[in-house]
Design a protein. Structure first.
Length: 336
């Protein structure tokens, strides 16, 4: 059960609500977010929720049976739209494109990507400065120096920054230089990190785990929301299987399922999903038609020279074509 409290509720009214919830055998968990003040009440006893709903100080009340409650669409029917500022909004009713290199490599590289994005009216640039790599000898990013440079150039060109955070200790130093924190697949169940991002009050793009179920992805998002942050995007990026013909299985089934289960925006990452640049376009278009709210993919001026993930990165010519075709596909989808 989710109880939404009235804004600025007096302490005595809140205490009365907590008392009534306890008396019916439920445990109330208090959640204060950027948007509202909630009580998430957990229990199994059946009762008429109007008993709580009519109490002074209650703005709204909903019964939600799923383990994940705050992110459930059964509670919030209207989809969440995340405002990144300067007219950049992610969520249902628009289609967001996020593009950039796997890793930030140099000032010249950032400038070339930014010029490409501006030319194609893309407002969000992705790029890693802390890179979790399977091999300890692979390029692991430029760190904070790279992020500050990334942020400066994007700010000068009215482009938003999305980049991966890998551990709790990085949040504080990164927070002034990012518009969206990305949680990578390897950290999708790093619950300490998720808790801290809930308190950080910056938008979060949460990627599905390498072998994670949809349920596990939704529960991970609930960690962030329950610690105070409603600005969450879910990202399908492929899951591991026994198939060796491509990098991962891009589970496009997840898109309509997630859209039905949650009010959060759903983004698809075809670059990591299939891992082969020749198929990034087809999987991106499939993601659009499956109902995704956006696509995040990798592009580089010269992919064969990229420090990481070269095999799944498209060049600027391919990227420009992809952007045009995704927008055409979205317009077609919306016309149905």
């Amino acid at each position: 059960m989710i109880i939404q409290l009235q804004q600025g509720i007096p302490a005595e009214l809140k205490e009365n609500i907590l008392k009534q919830v306890k008396e019916i055998g439920y445990k109330a968990n208090e959640v204060q977010t950027q948007e509202a003040h909630y009580l998430v009440a957990i229990g199994k006893k059946d009762f008429d929720i109007r008993h709580i709903g009519q109490l002074p100080g209650v703005a709204d009340i909903h019964r939600v049976s799923e383990e994940y409650k705050l992110i459930s669409r059964k509670w919030r029917v209207q989809p969440t739209r995340i405002d990144l500022g300067d007219g950049v909004v992610v969520g249902e009713g628009s289609f967001s494109i996020m593009a950039g290199p796997c890793s930030i490599e140099s000032e010249a590289q950032i400038e070339s990507v930014v010029a490409h994005l501006k030319q194609n009216n893309v407002k969000i640039m992705r790029g890693g400065v802390f890179k979790p790599r399977s091999s300890p000898y692979a390029f692991r990013g430029m760190g904070m120096d790279g992020l500050k440079m990334f942020h400066r150039i994007c700010r000068e060109n009215d482009i938003k920054v999305i980049t991966e955070v890998m551990q709790v200790s990085q949040i504080e130093e990164m927070i002034d230089y990012v518009d969206v924190f990305q949680v990578g697949a390897r950290n999708s169940q790093n619950f300490n990190l998720l808790d801290s991002l809930g308190e950080a009050q910056k938008p979060v793009l949460l990627k599905r785990g390498i072998s994670g179920t949809i349920e596990e992805l939704l529960q991970a998002a609930e960690y962030i929301f329950s610690h105070g942050n409603e600005k969450i995007m879910l990202c399908e990026r492929g899951i591991r299987s026994y198939e060796g013909a491509y990098r991962n299985v891009l589970d496009l089934n997840a898109v309509p399922v997630l859209k039905e289960k949650t009010h959060l925006p759903v983004i698809v990452d075809p670059s990591h999903g299939i891992g082969l640049r020749d198929y990034v376009e087809s999987m991106s278009l499939a993601a659009v038609m499956a109902g995704a709210d956006g696509v995040i993919y990798e592009t580089h001026q010269t992919p064969e020279k990229a420090f990481s993930d070269a095999q799944q990165t498209v060049d600027f010519q391919e990227s420009a074509k992809l952007i045009l075709r995704m927008r055409q596909a979205y317009d077609l989808r919306e016309s149905f």
